[in-house]
Design a protein around this ligand. Structure first.
Ligand code: GRG
Length: 301
């Protein structure tokens, strides 16, 4: 059983990476100017000033295992966070989840307008790739190509976008546990998993180490999603005395819905144990990655 005090070091490490990646994103994004300034302002609004920055943490912590310079790993972390922010901006749109608030603030389409939100998401997605492909990311063009193609696969129709498509149709698909697991792997797991793998790519790690980090983050991603659904339910119970979350109400496919709260909680714990097993090859060096895995299922936001 993990106590709250065990999680302090990982929380401060997470906060440190969050601060560093915030600065990096701020420096990389263009300044708000010219007639196109509105979309840049919306890109900045949608990316800066919030979020747990778990994906950047995974990049930096896994790259640290191979002695990669922070200037490089933070650049990759920033690129991934831009792509993650694009997905959230588009996910909040009226044609998808139709949310008014994100991270406690008005969503991008509420603060600006729908067209600006679509464009800000598009521009963040493409800018993420621009950052990855830049020479400052890594001197070796093969490494940059590996990073670019890995991200493309993680967020395309075989990854995040495909998962989102299945999710949008989930109420009519009658998915079983296997189907929901696949959906979650695609929608949430692929980008999380790529984040850890990106650290290994930057470090030109041997294939077994790269696969170990990928496997670790795949299990982590699924547990992360279960924890997110459990927090949704707890939030709804606290605010309205209801036993089902917004996603369940909306007919969305969640493992919590399919397995029930208790079995889903156990499943998340089992996934975290499996994630940690993948790290054996790194010994003590991977302590932070082990702790972030425990943090993911013990977090309160
Ligand atoms: C629109 C192409 C497209 C994809 C959207 C990731 C996603 C796909 C939608 C997010 C919806 C959602 C609530 C998913 C559950 C888990 C998840 C990815 C939550 C958001 O990620 P966090 O918790 O967010 O890392 P922060 O705010 O901390 O960055």
């Amino acid at each position: 059983m993990t106590s709250v005090t065990d999680l302090y070091p990982v929380q401060s490490a997470l906060a440190e990476v969050a601060r560093e990646v915030e600065k990096k994103i701020d420096r990389l994004l263009p300044p708000v100017q010219g007639p196109e300034g509105r979309v840049i302002e919306a890109m900045r609004y949608g990316t800066l000033g919030g979020g747990k920055r778990i994906r950047p943490f995974l990049v930096v912590a896994s790259a640290d295992l191979f002695g990669v310079a922070r200037t490089c790993s933070l650049r990759v972390a920033a690129a991934i966070e831009m792509v993650h922010s694009y997905s959230l901006i588009h996910d909040d749109l009226p044609c998808m989840d139709d949310d008014d608030l994100r991270r406690g603030q008005p969503t991008v389409h509420r603060k600006y307008d729908e067209a600006t939100a679509v464009l800000a998401g598009d521009a963040l997605l493409t800018f993420g790739f621009e950052v990855l492909s830049g020479e400052e990311t890594h001197a070796d063009p093969r490494v940059r190509l590996d990073l670019v193609s890995g991200l493309a696969m993680a967020v395309g129709s075989n990854g995040m976008v495909g998962g989102q498509m299945i999710d949008l149709q989930a109420s009519g698909l009658n998915l079983d546990v296997q189907g929901i697991t696949r959906l979650q792997h695609m929608k949430t797991g692929a980008l999380l998993s790529y984040s850890a793998e990106a650290g290994a790519i930057l470090g030109r790690a041997a294939q077994d180490k790269r696969l170990a980090l990928k496997g670790y983050a795949q299990n982590l991603g699924l547990a992360f999603q279960i924890a997110d659904d459990l927090l949704d339910i707890e939030g709804d119970e606290a605010s309205m005395g209801k036993a089902i979350g917004k996603d369940a109400e909306a007919g969305k496919a969640t493992l919590v819905g399919a397995l029930g709260v208790e079995r889903a909680r156990l499943q998340a714990e089992m996934l975290i144990a499996q994630a940690i097993e993948h790290l054996e090859t790194f010994g003590e060096q991977a302590t932070l990655l082990r702790n972030i895995a425990r943090f993911v299922i013990n977090r309160s936001t």
